[in-house]
Design a protein around this ligand. Structure first.
Ligand code: B16
Ligand code: MG
Length: 213
């Protein structure tokens, strides 16, 4: 048994690997604007909002763009991204995810999604993960991006569990910071190099032992 009563999950990089689709969609825009954009550059976009992602991408080039142009770029990128995620199914769920969700349910631990993505609903639907969640908080519900803890606090609120009784599963540094700021247990999915401040670090959710948390 664990002392925690709530579990909040980030989506991209924790439940599914959609970073590859974000990359392909941003890359298409970068090529069109003659900006060199590598997979390494894409690392900086993980966990970051769409607006901030565009800002980072454009900072790799030299030209300035108007508000209107930026809006169009985001729409264009999103159209390409949505085309990719529309093809997703259960086979793209990361290792250990379903087993952990089932275990949490058996132990009556409330489950929330806390994602920056405005496309979270479509991804959960296509991968058939949505029914595991007691509450879904995504980019459509919050105005402040991680490391601001708004998304996790709203998640905790919607499942009715105090912040210090929630554990957060995150693959982005900004998300770990957000969770820690409000006293949640920050479980990092990734490497010590990327997530040095995580309370607990795992390579994937298969490694989670609820009894040890
Ligand atoms: P969208 P997460 C984040 O999701 C992604 O990691 C990040 O790369 C993306 O820019 C952001 O969602 C916004 O996504 O353009 O679909 O609204 O990791 O917080 O689940
Ligand atoms: Mg993520």
């Amino acid at each position: 048994m664990t002392e925690y009563l709530g579990a909040i999950f980030d989506l991209d990089g924790v439940l599914v690997d959609t970073a590859k689709y974000h990359y392909l969609a941003w890359k298409q825009l970068a090529d069109q604007l003659n900006i060199s954009f590598s997979e390494e550059d894409n690392e900086r976009l993980k966990g970051v909002s769409r607006v901030k992602s565009l800002e980072i991408l454009l900072s790799l080039g030299e030209k300035d763009y108007t508000e209107n142009e930026r809006k169009q770029f985001m729409e264009q990128k999103n159209e390409v991204y949505v085309r990719y995620i529309s093809q997703m199914d259960e086979t793209e769920i990361l290792p250990g995810v379903v087993e952990l969700l089932k275990q949490l349910k058996r132990q009556n631990i409330k489950i929330a999604l806390g994602s920056a993505s405005k496309n979270a609903g479509l991804i959960l639907k296509n991968t058939k993960l949505q029914n595991y969640f007691d509450a879904i908080v995504d980019g459509n519900d919050v105005s402040k991006a991680k490391p601001n803890p708004e998304v996790f606090l709203l998640g905790a609120n919607r499942i009715g569990i105090p912040a210090n009784k929630c554990m957060v599963f995150e693959d982005a540094k900004a998300g770990i910071e957000a969770a820690k700021q409000v006293g949640m247990l920050a479980i990092g999915v990734g490497t010590i190099k990327n997530l040095p401040n995580a309370d607990i670090l795992v390579n994937n959710l298969e490694e989670i032992k609820l009894s040890k948390l």
